[in-house]
Design a protein around this ligand. Structure first.
Ligand code: HEC
Length: 118
């Protein structure tokens, strides 16, 4: 009987600590997922994000002498920013290929922020 009681107590402590640990983990996950300060658009720039996506996915058809609009430069891209956003969000472009959700979001963010030369 005495041994049994001691075992029960230890088992309860173990259960309690497992329970507490899982609570802590959930709180951390919730903080990361619901942190309103993390804005995916905040760090997006033309130079670091948008231009590489366009160079890799669009220039083959929208380069010099290619289809309108010419997307080789900032001026060409920003002058057609709304149309570029509409084409990638609807996934009509790039023709014969596809962008990742993150790439589409980066272009959307950049256009919504005013298509700046940043
Ligand atoms: C395989 C060739 C090809 C690729 C790659 C391609 N495009 Fe196009 N794009 C075209 C052609 C052809 C047209 C004109 C005919 C049409 O609208 O389908 C066009 C038209 C457009 C237009 C004008 C639509 C309108 O309103 O007239 C935009 C903006 C555009 N593309 C953006 C992009 C962007 C941004 C990418 C890269 C993410 C891209 N395209 C990749 C072939 C391509």
């Amino acid at each position: 009987m005495k041994i049994n009681l001691k075992f029960k107590k230890e088992f309860l402590i173990l259960l309690l600590s497992v329970f507490l640990t899982s609570c802590l983990t959930n709180v951390e996950e919730a903080l990361i997922e619901e942190n309103p300060n993390v804005d995916p658009c905040e760090t997006i720039t033309y130079t670091l994000n948008v231009k590489p996506i366009i160079d890799n996915n669009c220039i083959v058809c929208h380069g010099n002498g290619g289809n309108f609009p010419n997307l080789t430069t900032y001026n060409g891209t920003s002058a057609n920013a709304n149309s570029v956003k509409a084409e990638v969000v609807s996934r009509r472009m790039p023709q014969g290929n596809s962008l990742t959700n993150d790439e589409i979001q980066a272009i959307s963010c950049w256009v919504d922020a005013g298509a700046l030369n940043n």
